[in-house]
Ligand binder design. Structure first.
Ligand code: NIG
Ligand code: FE
Length: 423
């Protein structure tokens, strides 16, 4: 399909494709073109420019032309942290928390992640695929074009493999670009409560080799937290992942300062995520690493945790990325636009910063920034067109509205009806 989008009010986040991430004060800079056009061919961005310099088209018959007068065009959001394969839901725990129980208390009585693990064990691969496709379909029309999905509600060899095979199937049938992460170390199953090392042995000696053999994941992640996995346990698991060819990610400093950033930087993690309890020592370590700090405002807001020190991180020159953490326990939405509004309101990030944080920086956190995250010639044509809006800041301002009118993935216009599958 060849597409020309013309008369674009503002073409947002344009570059030459050489920027892999945006750091510190540069996060305030959002390169845009007003009164622009963009051309798409063969699933890629073929060219773009200002209407004043539009070179013209020779064979109009093979071309779909979209007039975007008054509308903005963005590169699709990249969401680098989700758990969007799950069975059932946990609104009962939500109600319990409203009555005063903490996330920790619910987890200690066998709820939380273990609740979802119990539900997932009883679900078939087909059921998990169908429910995940509905979620992928929902986030696709909220502007997401690339997403990372974690396992971690299996917690047995069979169930973890089941989750990862589901993600593999989703990669094959969905229009979104998908990366898979193995998160066997998401919680300690009840049967290993008094013998955590035995569960870690299972991860290291049985789960990781099988996952590597079947090529089921790109990354290995660990929930480094009190009552979950310590810093040294995290390093042991991540190093075992590295040994079988998986790069690393960490759920770090979400509920306490537990050494997750230290473990992540030690293992050259692609990203460390959450960061509510990050300290100055962690920021110093991150400054001399290639690890992307990712904040998850949905989970932080939903669990009413303290704000991560985002301004301090950006002022220290760090990049910051924003992801949804879509999961049934701490962030039951994958709406990246809402994440950006929350980050503006709660962390005082600017609209320019949250757009950089949700495009190039989350693409970096999935090792996709060479092909995703900006409007650049040769990058994948994953873009969306808004309704008529006053300007790009309107998206993070108008929280709660979906202002996206047209979604294009892999150079194809997506139809809101019946888009569960690729074509
Ligand atoms: O990222 N922090 C750990 N894991 C998830 C929550 C998972 C759950 O409660 O089901 C998170 O917030
Ligand atoms: Fe998470």
């Amino acid at each position: 399909m060849r597409i020309l989008i013309k008369n674009i009010k503002t073409l947002v986040q344009v570059d030459d494709g050489s920027r892999l991430k945006v750091c510190g004060a540069d996060m305030q800079l959002l390169p845009c073109l007003d009164n622009a056009w963009v051309a798409i061919e063969g699933g890629l961005i073929a060219d773009y420019g200002r209407m004043d310099d539009f070179p013209g088209v020779s064979d109009w018959d093979r071309l779909t032309v979209i007039d975007a007068t008054g509308k903005c065009v963005f590169p699709s959001w990249c969401d680098s942290h989700t758990h969007l394969v799950f069975a059932g839901s946990r609104e009962g725990e939500f109600a319990d928390r409203l009555k005063g129980l903490s996330y920790e208390q619910i987890a200690l009585r066998g709820g939380g992640i273990l609740n979802s693990a119990g539900k997932l064990r009883n679900a078939s691969e087909e059921e998990l695929i169908q429910s995940a496709l509905l979620r992928l379909n929902e986030i696709m029309f909220q502007g997401t074009g690339a997403v990372e999905i974690k396992s971690g509600y299996g917690l047995t060899l069979e169930s973890e493999l089941k989750m990862l095979r589901v993600i593999k199937k989703l990669k094959a049938v969905s229009s979104l670009t998908i990366k898979a992460t193995f998160l066997g170390a998401h919680a300690v199953p009840l049967e290993y409560k008094n013998n955590k090392n035995k569960y870690i042995d299972l991860i290291v000696h049985e789960m990781l080799p099988r996952i590597a053999d079947e090529k089921l994941a790109e990354y290995c992640d660990v929930f480094c937290e009190k009552n979950y996995f310590s810093k040294s346990e995290t390093i042991r698991i991540l190093e075992a992942g590295i040994n079988v060819g998986l790069k690393t990610k960490v759920h770090a400093e979400q509920m306490s300062n537990s050494g997750g950033v230290e473990a992540g930087v030690h293992c050259k993690a692609i990203s460390v995520d959450h960061l509510e309890y990050v300290e100055g020592k962690d920021i110093d370590l991150l400054k001399y690493s290639d690890t992307m700090p990712v904040v998850l405002p949905g989970a932080q807001f939903f669990l009413q945790l303290p704000n991560p020190p985002v301004r301090q991180m950006i002022d220290s020159g760090l990049p910051v990325a924003i992801a949804s953490d879509f999961n049934p326990g701490s962030s039951p939405t994958g709406n990246m636009n809402l994440m950006q509004s929350l980050a503006c309101i709660l962390y005082r990030m600017t609209p320019e910063e949250v757009i950089n944080a949700s495009t190039l920086n989350t693409a970096y956190a999935m090792e996709l920034s060479a092909t995703h995250g900006s409007i650049a010639v040769g990058k994948k044509a994953n873009i969306f067109i808004t309704q008529e809006i006053p300007g790009y800041s309107f998206l993070s301002y108008a929280f709660g509205s979906n202002l996206i009118e047209t979604v294009i993935l892999n150079g194809e216009i997506k139809n809101r009806k019946n888009q569960l599958w690729k074509d």
